[in-house]
Design a protein around this ligand. Structure first.
Ligand code: THU
Length: 136
């Protein structure tokens, strides 16, 4: 059964999709967008930015987190990751740790497919016993 999309889902998805269009992913050709709703109800988004020196590439989530922190916020209420295809794109291990830095037990992670299907999990389901996560 399709999940009823909330206004927050729709805003996050629109912003993530907009950033995703600007992804710099000439090496993987896997374009990802991410958007965050922070504790001040502000939105932040980014895309993946790859590099010819492959390990220097940055995930979409990391860019969105940087934008949030630069704006003065330190709490992720919701984060949505927009996949370029019909599969959900769960955050990589490194990004889970980056999200942990600014998450709490209520933080939600939404994963959206290209067609707008959304799966939502609590952050704590993605990275149980996270290092440095003292909000358990
Ligand atoms: N990528 C993201 O931006 N976010 C994810 O959650 C998974 C993977 C990027 C990294 C790389 O630029 C490309 O997708 C292929 O792995």
């Amino acid at each position: 059964m399709a999940l009823e999309l909330t206004a927050e889902h729709k805003m996050l998805m629109a912003l993530a999709n907009k950033a995703q269009k600007n992804a710099h992913a000439p090496y993987s050709n896997f374009h990802v967008g991410a958007a965050i709703l922070d504790e001040n109800a502000q939105l932040h988004a980014s895309c993946n930015v790859e590099n010819a020196a492959y390990p220097l590439g940055q995930c979409a989530e990391a860019g969105a987190i940087s934008a949030m922190v630069a704006s003065g916020s330190k709490k992720i209420k919701q984060i949505l990751i927009a996949s370029p295809n019909d599969d959900f794109c769960p955050p990589c291990g490194g990004c889970r740790q980056k999200i942990a830095e600014f998450a709490d037990t209520q933080t939600e992670v939404h994963m959206a497919t290209k067609t707008g299907e959304i799966k939502t999990v609590k952050f704590t389901e993605l990275l149980p016993l996270a290092f440095g996560f003292d909000k358990n």
